[in-house]
Design a protein around this ligand. Structure first.
Ligand code: C2E
Ligand code: CA
Ligand code: CA
Length: 674
C-alpha cells in the first residue's frame, strides 16, 4: 500500500519537475552547441578573410625571402639594396635572434600574433606590430577603424576640404593592421617582412552579415525552443490536471486525493485539530441508473460532488474515488461534532433529489496524531492515506447491506473481524473436503409425554486450525460469500445418510429438520436438488424436514410458494423457522402452506410468567393450529415455560430444558433410550 502511495506521489513530482528540467537541459545543450558553432564559424570565416587578404602580401614577402636566400647563397652583397628597392619594411635576424639587416623602423613585437594563415601555418610565424594602434569603433559610421590617432591626423589633413568625403573614404578602408611575417631562410636566419592587413567596407559588411545571420539564427532557434518548451509546460500542466481530474464529476480523483491528502496531513499534523478520512458511499446509485439512465446517474454524482465540496472548510479536501464512492479528509475537534456534521451533510445530499430517497453510508477512520516519546504532537512522517481509507471502507462495510443512510466509525475490532472473515474463507473448502463440519442434533420433545418427536440438525465446525467454531461465527460469512449452498447440500446429505443408517439399524427414527438458507431458495430447482440428494441415499422423505427462516419469505413469493408446494408434494415437511422475529410473519403464514411453525426463541427469553408474552404465544399457537400446522417452541430453558406450552397444546419443544444440540452418537443414545 505504502509503495503504491509513493508511486502516486512520485509520478506527480516527476510530472511536475520533468518539464522544467527538460527545458533547462534543452536550452543549456543548445547554448553549448550554438557557442561551438559560433566559434567554429568565426574561426573559419576569420581564417578565410585572413588568408584571402594576406596571401598576396605573403607571396611578396616570400619572394623577398627567396631573393635574400638566393643572394646569400651566391654571396651577393648587393642583395640588401635590391631588397630595399622593394620599399617594404623588413628585418633579417640570425640564429640568435639578433638583427643582421633592417629596413624601415623595426616595430616587430616579441609575441606571436593571433593571426594564422591556415595554408602556410608551418612555414611562417606572424608577429604583432608593437606600434599598431588599437581598433576602435568609428563614432561616425559605426564601422571599425584602426588607430584613432592615425585616423584623426588623416582627417585633419589640409587638403581635406570636405570632412564628409574624408569619412566616407575612410569608411571604405576600415581596418589597416600591420603584421610581420617571418620566413625561415636557412642557417637559422629569418626574413621578417612587414605586411599590411586591411579590410574594406565589404569585408566588414560580410563578417558583420555572417555574424548577424548566425546571431539571428541562434536567437530564432532559441526562441523556437523556448516557445516549444513553454508549450510543453502548458501541455504537461494539462496532463497533470488530467491525471488528477475525475472524468465523471470534473472534480478531483483518487490519485489527487492521495497526493494532496498526504501533503495536507504532513503540514497540518502539528495543529490541534484531528483529521478523519471518510469513505462516503452513495447507496442507490446503481438502482438510480437502472431506473433512469447512466447519464442522469452521473449528473447526480456530479451534484453530490459539488455539495460535498461546498461543505468543506479550509484545509479539507474531497474526491470522487470511484463510481459511487467519495473520499473526504475532514478536520474535527470531537467525534460528536464530526458525527453531527456528517449527519447534516447526509441531509443536504438527500435534499438534492427529494423525489427519490437517496441514501448515503459513511465510514470514518480517525487518523491518529504522531507523538514523540514525551507525548508531544510532531509532524507526521509516515502517512499512508490508502490504508487509512481502507479502515474507513471497513467501517462503512460494517453498516451491512442495508439501504439506509448511516455513519460508522472505525474500530480495531473491525480489523479482527476482517481477519477472521479472511481466515474462514481461506479454510472453508478444506473444511468441507475433510469433513471438518460436524452435524449436531438437537432433539425436539413432546411436552406432555416428554418423548422424542423430532430433531434439528445444526452444524458445528471442528477445525484443525481454528478449533471448535459455532455456526454464528461462520454461517453469516458463508451466507455472504455464497458458500452456504455447499453447506446446505452437505447437511442434507449427511442427515439423510445418518437417518438411513439408523433406519437400517432398526432405530425408531423421528423427522430431522435441516436449515436451508434463503440464498438457496432463489434456485428454482431447489426441490428437485433436495429430492435427488435424498433419493441417492435412499432415505424416505418423511424423515427429512426443511426449515426456512422467516426473513426468506420476503423474496420472490411466487418462487417460494412453488418450491414449498413441490417439496410438500415430494413428501418433505416444510417449517417456518424463527416465527415472530420478523415483520411479516402473519402475511407469510397466510400465503405459504407450511407444515410446521417454529416459535422464535425470543418469546421465551423474558420472565416465564410474563403475562403479555404468554398471551402472544398462546394466540400464535392457536393461529398455527387453525392453519393445520404443528407447533415447535424453540429456546425453552425452564420448566414453567414447558408446563405453560404443554397447557397451550404446543406439539414440540426444542430447548436446553430437554437437550442441547449434541453429537451424532449422543443423539443415537437418546433414540436408543426411547
Ligand atoms: P436456528 O436455526 O434458529 O437454530 C437454533 C439455535 O438456537 C441453535 O444455535 C441452538 O443451539 C440454539 N438453541 C436451541 N435451544 C436453545 C436454548 O434453550 N437456549 C439457547 N440460548 N439457545 C438454544 P446454533 O446451533 O448456534 O445455530 C445458530 C444459527 O445458525 C441457527 O439458528 C441457524 O440459523 C444457523 N445454522 C446452524 N446450523 C445451520 C445449518 O446447518 N445450515 C444453515 N443454513 N444454518 C445453520
Ligand atoms: Ca433452524
Ligand atoms: Ca430458529
Amino acid at each position: 500500500m505504502a509503495k503504491s502511495r509513493n508511486k502516486n506521489e512520485k509520478t506527480y513530482r516527476q510530472l511536475k519537475k520533468a518539464h522544467l528540467w527538460g527545458l533547462i537541459v534543452q536550452i543549456a545543450l543548445f547554448s553549448v552547441c550554438a557557442t561551438i558553432l559560433l566559434a567554429t564559424a568565426g574561426t573559419v570565416i576569420g581564417s578565410y578573410i585572413l588568408d584571402s587578404k594576406l596571401s598576396t602580401e605573403y607571396e611578396n614577402i616570400k619572394y623577398m625571402a627567396k631573393l635574400y636566400e638566393a643572394g646569400i647563397s651566391k654571396d651577393d652583397k648587393n642583395i640588401v639594396d635590391l631588397l630595399t628597392k622593394e620599399e617594404r619594411d623588413y628585418v633579417i635576424t640570425d640564429s640568435d635572434g639578433k638583427v643582421i639587416f633592417c629596413n624601415g623602423k623595426n616595430t616587430v613585437s616579441e609575441e606571436s600574433a593571433d593571426i594564422r594563415l591556415s595554408d602556410y601555418e608551418e612555414d611562417i610565424t606572424i608577429y604583432r606590430d608593437s606600434e599598431a594602434g588599437y581598433i576602435h569603433v568609428n563614432p561616425v559610421t559605426g564601422g571599425i577603424a584602426l588607430d584613432i590617432k592615425e585616423y584623426r591626423e588623416w582627417i585633419n589633413r589640409e587638403e581635406v576640404d570636405d570632412e564628409h568625403d574624408a569619412i566616407s573614404t575612410m569608411a571604405n578602408a576600415y581596418i589597416d593592421l600591420p603584421v610581420w611575417m617571418s620566413i625561415d631562410v636557412g642557417n637559422g636566419e629569418h626574413f621578417i617582412g612587414k605586411a599590411r592587413f586591411s579590410a574594406g567596407k565589404h569585408d566588414v559588411q560580410m563578417v558583420m552579415g555572417i555574424v548577424i545571420a548566425i546571431v539571428v539564427l541562434t536567437a530564432l532557434i532559441l526562441t523556437t525552443m523556448f516557445v516549444a518548451g513553454i508549450k510543453n509546460i502548458v501541455k504537461q500542466k494539462r496532463m497533470i490536471s488530467l491525471f488528477f481530474t475525475d472524468v465523471t464529476t470534473d472534480g478531483h480523483n483518487w490519485s489527487w486525493f492521495v497526493v494532496k491528502g498526504e501533503q495536507l496531513l504532513r503540514r497540518g499534523s502539528t495543529a490541534k485539530t484531528d483529521y478523519a478520512i471518510i469513505n462516503m458511499f452513495f447507496v442507490n446509485y446503481r438502482n438510480y441508473c437502472i431506473c433512469h439512465s447512466v447519464v442522469e446517474g452521473e449528473k447526480l454524482l456530479c451534484d453530490i460532488y459539488k455539495t460535498i465540496e461546498k461543505s468543506l472548510r479550509k484545509r479539507e479536501i474531497c474526491a470522487h474515488a470511484s463510481s459511487s464512492n467519495y473520499s473526504l479528509l475532514l478536520a474535527f475537534s470531537s467525534e460528536t461534532e464530526l458525527k453531527n456534521r456528517l449527519g447534516e451533510l447526509i441531509d443536504k445530499l438527500a435534499a438534492i433529489d427529494t423525489d427519490h430517497k437517496l441514501c448515503f453510508q459513511m465510514g470514518v477512520s480517525h487518523i491518529e496524531k504522531e507523538v514523540d516519546k514525551n507525548g508531544r504532537v510532531v509532524k507526521r512522517r509516515d502517512i499512508d492515506i490508502e490504508s487509512e481509507y481502507n479502515k474507513a471502507l471497513a467501517a462503512r462495510d460494517s453498516l451491512n447491506a442495508t439501504e439506509e443512510s448511516g455513519i460508522a466509525f472505525f474500530d480495531e475490532k473491525l480489523i479482527e473481524e476482517q481477519k477472521w472473515i479472511d481466515k474462514v474463507q481461506e479454510k472453508q473448502q478444506y473444511a468441507l473436503e475433510n469433513e471438518e463440519f460436524k452435524v449436531y442434533y438437537q432433539p425436539k420433545y413432546d411436552p406432555q409425554s416428554s418423548t422424542l418427536r423430532g430433531a434439528e440438525a445444526l452444524i458445528r465446525w471442528d477445525s484443525k486450525e481454528l478449533g471448535f467454531v459455532s455456526p454464528g461465527r461462520f454461517i453469516p460469512i458463508f451466507e455472504k460469500n455464497g458458500f452456504i449452498t455447499e453447506i446446505d447440500h452437505y447437511m442434507i446429505k449427511h442427515v439423510a445418510a445418518d437417518q438411513k443408517a439408523w433406519l437400517d439399524m432398526g432405530y425408531e427414527c423421528v423427522p430431522v429438520s435441516v436449515n436451508v438458507s434463503r440464498a438457496h431458495f432463489i434456485e428454482n430447482d431447489l426441490a428437485e436438488q433436495i429430492r435427488d440428494m435424498v433419493d441417492e441415499i435412499g432415505t424416505p422423505h418423511k424423515y427429512i424436514e426443511i426449515e426456512l427462516t422467516e426473513s426468506a419469505f420476503f423474496d420472490d413469493k411466487k418462487a417460494m410458494l412453488d418450491t414449498i408446494n413441490k417439496l410438500k408434494g415430494m413428501g418433505f415437511a416444510v417449517s417456518m423457522d424463527d416465527f415472530g422475529s420478523g415483520y411479516s410473519s402473519l402475511n407469510s403464514l397466510k400465503d405459504m402452506p407450511l407444515d410446521v411453525l417454529k416459535l422464535d426463541a425470543e418469546f421465551f427469553r423474558g420472565e416465564a410468567e410474563d403475562e403479555r408474552a404468554q398471551i402472544v404465544v398462546s394466540e400464535a399457537i392457536k393461529l398455527g393450529k387453525c392453519l393445520n400446522m404443528r407447533i415447535v417452541a424453540e429456546g425453552v430453558e425452564v420448566k414453567e415455560q414447558v408446563d405453560f406450552l404443554a397447557g397451550e397444546g404446543c406439539d414440540m419443544i426444542q430447548g436446553y430444558y430437554f437437550a442441547k444440540p449434541m453429537p451424532k452418537d449422543e443423539y443415537e443414545e437418546r433414540m436408543q433410550k426411547q
